[in-house]
Write a protein that binds this ligand. Structure first.
Ligand code: ADP
Length: 501
């Protein structure tokens, strides 16, 4: 049994009375069929504030039995058409209501996100929370625009297609952008008329649970959104294996993505996977370095590097390598690492001890492989899972630090000879989530954008995102595109109807 957490200690410095009240309510519960219930086993687990290593809250540890209940509730809500059978305009209004409630509770949600994940409060408040509201707003509009087609193939027939919801969707989300990743899946699933069972990451379950309360406040019918907190093996695997879940949408590591795909074979559920990356950021000699240096820095260190599309491999032409490294190191050393609640902080801690140890291990691996630490290269003093922004130089694209996803504030600067060498090395990876190129030559920029094998390419910028632009991976970065109208493909299926005239 875990001791009762001390919110005063774990959430020291937090200002939102509503966030503190939420934390003080005691162990969180599961949302199943419109009711908040404890896990059937009665078990709970701790969620930690990674900035001070204190227990923020106890969280219900759902497992197979709870997932079964959640799926039953979602199935009932799907089959009796309480959601899919509603006018799409009504679904739009519900989704807009959820967006409004997220905005109205933005301070509270930002603080919960920052405490649970460790990300700077300023970033949660300006990126994660407004981004989540925007996803609901964006997909709200789609509910009434999910068209079928008529097909003039045979004059004696009237042939048309219907685009229908898939059914019960299992949504498994990661810990790096907890509320945004949940919103990115819930909003399109609901817009298309599905019902859902969400399993947030065990490291950061709090904002998803608060979102569950807001969804209830918005008045959605019971059972349309169910939330089961718990671990990957257990709650997560019960979703991917479940015979009565029709679709799984997963964002997380490539390793777990493969397990999910295998587990889904039992009932051939639809699967979409947004997985890891080792994204190249190619800086050509004619790039505007004044822009490229700070943008490359943010591109790899934002969210302490815990971003699937982080620009971890920075390719720089040999002749300008030293100059770039020097400017990059100087700029990065000015990034404040520290208390996420402090407005000056640019980098918070890593999300968990496990992640902290993993990243520290890669710092050793890189040095053993012969790379040099040009700046950073270790933890900060005191409590919390802080790692200084780190730049490795003398890296080759063959090294593990250039091939494996580290998911921490660790950049690798890799030299290249000429443009074709840069493109070859950029594409020489098992991943293909994102890539960037910097040049003032527009024709060159577009040609390279075509040559890069990645689901997103940035030209003279890094990390831009838009709820209306598709996002997803080439190669082992996954399949399916979230956001934009392509997300509708993930949450609908097509029926062909033949009518004899
Ligand atoms: P990371 O390695 O970045 O922690 P994971 O891929 O392990 O990311 O986790 C992403 C999500 O997948 C989390 O919600 C986690 O609980 C879940 N998960 C982990 N293992 C499994 C599994 N075997 N089956 C289903 N979900 C899992």
């Amino acid at each position: 049994m875990s001791a009762t957490p001390s919110v005063e200690i774990a959430a020291r410095g937090a200002k939102s009375p509503a966030a503190l009240e939420f934390l003080k309510k005691g162990p969180t519960k599961l949302l199943i069929g419109g009711k908040w219930v404890p896990a059937k086993s009665g078990k709970t687990f701790e969620t930690i504030n990674p900035a001070n290593e204190e227990v923020l809250a106890l969280v219900a540890e759902g497992d197979k039995a709870d997932v079964d209940d959640a799926v039953k509730a979602a199935r009932k809500a799907f089959e009796d058409n309480r959601w899919a059978g509603m006018s799409p305009h009504a679904r739009t209004r519900y989704l807009l209501k959820i967006a409004d409630l997220i905005e109205a509770h933005a301070d509270e949600l930002a603080e919960l996100e920052s405490l649970d994940n460790g990300k700077p409060l300023s970033q949660a408040r300006t990126i994660d929370i407004p981004g989540s509201a925007r996803l609901f707003q964006y997909f709200a509009g789609w509910a009434s625009k999910i068209y079928g087609e008529t097909n003039p193939s045979d004059p004696s027939m009237f042939n048309y297609t219907l685009r229908e919801p898939i059914g019960v969707c299992g949504l498994i989300t990661p810990w790096n952008f907890p509320l945004m990743m949940a919103s990115q899946k819930i909003a399109p699933a609901l817009a298309c008329g599905n019902t859902v069972v969400l399993k947030p990451a065990e490291q950061t379950p709090l904002t998803a649970l608060r979102l569950g309360e807001l969804i209830q406040e918005a008045g959605l019918p019971d059972g349309v959104v169910n939330i089961v907190t718990g671990f990957g093996p257990g709650a997560g695997s019960s979703i991917s294996e479940h015979p009565d879940i029709d679709k799984v949408s997963f964002t997380g590591s490539t390793e777990v993505g493969k397990m999910i795909l295998q587990a889904s074979a039992g009932n051939l559920k639809r699967v979409s996977l947004e997985l890891g990356g080792k994204s190249p950021n190619v800086i050509l000699p004619d790039a505007d370095l004044e822009q490229a240096v700070p943008t490359a820095m943010n591109g790899v260190f934002f969210n302490s590097g815990q971003v699937c599309a982080a620009g971890t491999r920075i390719f720089v032409q040999r002749e300008m390598y030293d100059k770039f490294v020097d400017q990059f190191a100087k700029a990065s050393e000015r990034m404040t690492v520290g208390n996420p609640l402090d407005p000056k902080t640019r980098l918070g801690p890593l999300v968990s001890r496990e992640q902290f140890e993993r990243v520290n291990n890669y710092l050793n691996v890189g040095q053993q492989e012969g790379a040099k630490i040009a700046m950073g290269g270790g933890a900060t003093e005191g409590k919390g899972y802080f790692i200084k922004p780190t730049l490795f130089t003398g890296v080759t694209n063959r090294m593990r630090i250039a091939r494996e996803e580290i998911f921490g504030p660790v950049a690798a600067a890799i030299p290249f000879k000429d443009e074709s060498d840069a493109v070859f090395q950029a594409n020489d990876t098992t991943y293909g989530l994102a890539a960037a190129v910097w040049t003032r030559d527009i024709s060159r920029a577009h040609k390279i954008a075509r040559a890069l094998k990645a689901g997103t390419v940035w030209i003279n910028c890094y990390g831009a995102g838009d709820s209306s632009m598709p996002f997803g991976g080439y190669k082992q970065s996954g399949f399916g595109r979230e956001n934009g109208r392509h997300a509708l493909d993930l949450f609908t299926q097509i029926k062909s109807v033949y009518v004899k005239l």
